[in-house]
Design a protein around this ligand. Structure first.
Ligand code: WT7
Length: 651
């Protein structure tokens, strides 16, 4: 990835891309004064955005900031499902397509108008009520990319029951931990999850998790495959059977702006995932405004966000952001390579997608294949491209721009996190001159900064730890049932007023931000957050492993590859079979993204005198770098040479 030079001397990051000629003329945001206005009066800016929603009762106060606690639109009453459905129907948009579902098999998809989607949501909301779900009860959704996942999310929102979506590729163990932490009352899942022509037995996984999830009283099962799932009498029921008898009348609950909308678990620097809590009014204000302004979303756009709903990107920019704007959103169940490697481009052409929002890892895999699959399709419907999840290297940026965007579509490289709820640093397509690899400027109303390790703010051009200096509406409110960890993780490093992001960043003389990557022990694998500690604890749960240390190694395709060093139990010998078994073990403990690319058996790990593993050194060894830097703080500096020998012998 270091090869970002086009022809040996031109640095692609030095290129400048102006917004397309005329783009500003009828853009949603064509006037740069929005930045100044939001800087002078951020509360006023966000209040204006909030007025774009329907409120049953208006707020008494825009922002109540008692660091680190924040509340937005205090006293306001609204409902997310009402805003995503009823509002548009009332405005005469009931027959407009809300959701285009593209199934794994190219001919099996279907579409829903706003009227149709609303009817399904109301019915399922009634099903949940009949199952005893009340306002505030948590509902867990362990579902593939099928319309029912959006329907269930909106049904939860309609009755004020927070959802917790668990990525369908996660293991039974990961699901169990999330069910228990959230104390979910109902689990919604499916018999199968078909992807790339293969069916994964989702319900069987769910059953394993349910053996140990005492809070779950009922399980609703969508029939996505043949319906051959094991069903437990008295606990499990088919979605169709329940929905079939449900009424499609269900008024939206008037919920408080600060009522919880969802919890979504994300990896942190310890082994235990963090339950990130988002509330109602601020979150929806933030995602509605950013979807509209960042992607220049208009009435006739077809918006395709390729992320899975199991991640925050799917929550904010597949479901809530587009639907809150009354747009048409595309949900794709399958993979880029099935049935052929041109599937994505086929989807773009078939549905005349105008806005594509995806991750650098996908772009890099298309680069590898070459432009063949693209050339088979007409991609001229595209007009805005987005990137998210990890830094986009300039070469991938330029490739995306030229080959997918036909050198005519602005790229918005959007930086944000599960915690931020919505986009924070990003170009605005009509206004920003892009620099490949840079997420450019804060969105209006967002105040980032850079701090050094001593706690001093870096002024002007420079580099440091990225922070956010003022609350924003989509900000996480707490970690579920763990306010102490919330404070420690985000508001201890630089005090209760300054949100500690966990990423490093550079700012150039023009004020452009470029994100350099995580500063904590969190890896970014294909745009997904993977915690070193979580992989380590999965490894030591195997009986052959005494100790483990896990680091990310720069990788052309995935951004980072997972490298694990293990010390085996005394009686175990290393072998290729055992190393593979360990990799598979992590996969079945956590999920496919967390499977190490390399496991190396070693005699010892580089530790400080106080016993802390120096991952910095392990990273250098993974990279094959002979110079590992300062080793004087190691308890035994001689381990480094042994490690280097052992690593090179096994890779
Ligand atoms: C981490 C957040 C935001 C939704 C998807 C991931 C990295 C995200 C960018 C970007 C550079 C990025 C950061 C961040 N990241 N977008 N445009 N440029 N880095 O959500 O799992 O919460 O991960 O992803 O490291 O902290 P997440």
């Amino acid at each position: 990835m270091s090869d970002d030079r086009a022809n040996g001397h031109e640095d692609l990051a030095e290129r400048r891309y102006e917004p397309p000629q005329g783009f500003a003329d009828n853009a949603i945001v064509g006037d740069p004064s929005v930045y100044e206005r939001a800087k002078e009066d951020p509360d006023g800016f966000w209040e204006e955005c909030a007025r774009d929603l329907h409120w049953f009762k208006e707020w008494d106060q825009v922002l109540n900031w008692d660091p680190p606690e924040v509340q937005w639109f205090v006293g306001g009453k609204t409902n997310v499902a009402y805003n995503c459905l009823d509002k548009h129907i009332e405005e005469g948009q009931g027959d407009k397509t809300a959701l285009i579902w593209e199934a794994d098999e190219p001919d099996q998809g279907k579409t829903y108008t706003y009227n149709e989607l609303a009817a399904e949501v109301r019915k399922f909301a009634n099903v949940l009520k009949d199952l005893g779900v009340e306002k505030g009860d948590r509902v867990c959704l362990y579902l593939p990319m099928i319309p029912e996942v959006a329907i269930a999310m909106l049904a939860c929102a309609r009755i004020g029951a927070p959802h917790s979506v668990v990525f369908s590729a996660f293991s039974a163990g990961a699901l169990r931990d999330r069910l228990n932490d959230a104390e979910a009352k109902v689990l919604v899942t499916a018999d199968q999850s078909p992807r790339g022509g293969k069916a994964n037995p989702l319900k069987q996984n769910a059953d394993k998790a349910l053996e140990d999830s005492p809070s779950v009283q009922s399980v609703v099962v969508v029939k996505r495959g043949g319906g051959e799932a094991p069903m437990t009498e008295g606990r499990d029921q088919w979605w169709d059977d329940l929905v079939g008898g449900a009424s499609d009348e269900c008024p939206a609950e008037e919920v408080d702006a600060e009522d919880m909308l969802f919890v979504l678990y994300s990896s942190g620097s310890t082994g235990k995932p963090k339950g990130i809590v988002h509330t109602t009014g601020g979150y929806l204000t933030h995602v509605k405004a950013t979807t509209k302004m960042v992607f220049d979303l208009k009435d006739d756009d077809i918006f395709w966000c390729t992320a899975d709903v199991g991640w925050v990107t799917g929550h904010s920019y597949l479901v809530y952001g587009p639907l809150a704007n009354g747009a048409t959103t595309v949900m794709f169940e399958g993979t880029p390579a099935y049935p052929e490697n041109d599937r994505w481009f086929d989807v773009i052409e078939k549905h005349a997608v105008t806005i594509l929002y995806t991750a650098p890892t996908a772009i890099r895999s298309f680069m590898k294949t070459g432009t063949g699959p693209i050339e088979k399709h007409d991609l001229s419907s595209l007009r805005v491209l987005g990137s998210v999840g990890e830094p986009i290297n300039p070469r991938a940026w330029v490739w995306y721009y030229e080959n997918i965007g036909g050198s005519r579509c602005p790229i918005v490289d959007t930086w944000w996190q599960t915690e931020t709820g919505g986009i924070m640093i990003t170009p605005l397509p009509a206004l920003t001159t892009a620099k490949p690899g840079s997420a450019t400027h804060p969105f209006p109303g967002i105040f980032p900064g850079l701090y050094d390790d001593e706690g001093n703010e870096v002024e002007g051009a420079g580099q440091g730890n990225l922070v956010i200096k003022r609350p924003w509406p989509g900000m996480l409110r707490t970690l579920y049932k763990d306010p102490e960890r919330f404070r420690e993780t985000y508001f201890e490093t630089y005090g209760p007023e300054v949100y500690f992001v966990g990423d490093g960043a550079k700012r150039d003389e023009d004020g452009y931000y470029t994100i350099t990557g995580r500063v904590d022990d969190v890896m970014n694998v294909s745009g997904h957050r993977v915690s070193s500690a979580e992989v380590e604890s999965a490894l030591v749960s195997h009986n052959a492993v005494a100790e483990a240390a896990v680091v990310g190694k720069p990788d052309e395709d995935k951004g980072q590859a997972i490298w694990a060093y293990v010390i085996l139990e005394g009686d175990r010998e290393t072998s290729d079979e055992l190393m593979k078994e360990l990799r598979d073990h992590v996969r079945s403990e956590i999920g496919p993204t967390s499977r190490p690319d390399q496991v190396v058996a070693v005699d010892d790990l580089p530790k400080t005198r106080s016993g802390k593993i120096m991952r910095r050194i392990l990273k250098k060894i993974a990279e094959g770098d002979q110079d590992v830097g300062d080793t004087t703080t190691l308890a035994d500096p001689s381990v480094v040479e042994d490690l280097q020998k052992q690593a090179s012998a096994q890779t």
